[in-house]
Design a protein around this ligand. Structure first.
Ligand code: FE2
Ligand code: FE2
Ligand code: FE2
Ligand code: FE2
Length: 256
C-alpha cells in the first residue's frame, strides 16, 4: 500500500509527530488523486502537504541549529531546494488528469522526502537526543555576548525555561501557562530592544530582524496552536530555540 515506507524514529517527539503527519498527508493525497473528475481536492491536499512541510522544516532548523550543528545552514539549503521543487510540481499539478500521473508525482515526493529524512536528517538525531535528555539548560561562557542588558535578558530567558521545565515535570499546568506567557512576553520585548540597539548603532538590521520574525512566528505557532504538552515543548523545542537565538545570530551581530 502506497506510501510504502515509514520515516524512522528521530527520538524527538515534535519531529516524529510531524513526520507522521506528513506521511498521513501523502496518504490523503493518494486518495484525493483518485477523484479525477475534480482537480481541487488533489490540489488542496498537496497545498496542505506543502504547508506542513514548510512548518516542519522551520521546526527542524531551530532544533538542529540550537543543538549546535555548524552544518545546519547547509541543511537549510537542502530544505529550500526541496520546497522549490515542490512549488514547481504544484504549479503543474493542474495538467495531471490521470490517477497514474498523479500517483507518479506522489511517489516522487515521497522518495525525495524519505531520502532527505533518512540520509540528511538522520545524521543529527543522536546529538538531538543527547541534548534533549538533560532537564536543565546550563548557562555557559559561550553564551556571553558582552553587553550587560542583553546578557541579563538572555539569562532571564534561560532561567524561565528551566523553571518551566521544572513545573512541567511536576505537572503544574497553571504555573506552566504563566511561565510560558512570561517567556513569550520577555522574548517579544527582548527582540524589539535588540533591534533598537542595532538600529541606533547603524548596524545592519534587516537580516537580524527577519531572523527574529521567523523565530517568533515559529514560537507562537508551536506554543499556542500545536497542542503539545509543556514538557515536550520545553525539552524538545524551546531549549533549542533559546540556544539558536543566543548562539546563532546574536553572537554574530551583537557580540562585542
Ligand atoms: Fe524531517
Ligand atoms: Fe531536514
Ligand atoms: Fe537576544
Ligand atoms: Fe537577536
Amino acid at each position: 500500500m502506497f506510501p510504502a515506507h515509514k520515516i524512522p524514529t528521530s527520538g524527538n517527539p515534535l519531529i516524529d509527530q510531524q513526520h507522521g503527519r506528513l506521511t498521513e498527508l501523502i496518504r490523503h493525497a493518494v486518495m484525493a488523486a483518485r477523484d479525477t473528475d475534480r482537480a481541487a481536492p488533489f490540489e488542496e491536499s498537496l497545498a496542505e502537504f506543502r504547508r506542513a512541510l514548510a512548518h516542519h522544516f522551520a521546526v527542524e532548523k531551530v532544533i538542529f541549529s540550537g543543538a549546535g550543528f555548524d552544518a545546519a545552514s547547509g541543511h537549510e539549503q537542502a530544505h529550500a531546494i526541496i520546497l522549490e521543487h515542490l512549488e514547481a510540481d504544484l504549479a503543474s499539478v493542474k495538467d495531471l488528469s490521470t490517477v497514474q500521473a498523479r500517483h507518479r508525482l506522489l511517489e516522487k515526493l515521497e522518495r525525495i522526502l524519505l531520502e532527505h529524512e533518512m540520509l540528511e536528517d538522520a545524521a543529527y538525531w543522536d546529538a538531538v537526543r543527547a541534548h534533549s535528555s538533560s532537564p536543565i539548560l546550563k548557562w555557559t561562557d559561550l553564551m556571553v555576548i558582552g553587553i550587560d542588558w542583553v546578557d541579563s535578558q538572555h539569562r532571564h530567558m534561560v532561567d524561565l525555561l528551566n523553571q518551566l521545565s521544572q513545573a512541567a515535570r511536576t505537572g503544574d499546568h497553571p504555573t506552566c501557562a504563566r511561565l510560558l506567557q512570561q517567556f513569550l512576553h520577555l522574548t517579544h520585548s527582548h527582540f524589539a530592544a535588540e533591534e533598537r540597539h542595532l538600529e541606533a548603532r547603524g548596524k545592519p538590521l534587516s537580516r537580524h530582524r527577519a531572523d527574529h520574525a521567523r523565530m517568533l512566528s515559529g514560537l507562537d505557532e508551536l506554543a499556542t496552536t500545536d497542542g503539545h504538552g509543556p514538557l515536550v515543548l520545553v525539552d524538545h523545542y524551546l531549549r533549542f530555540w533559546v540556544m539558536e537565538h543566543i548562539l546563532g545570530i546574536d553572537r554574530q551581530d551583537l557580540a562585542v
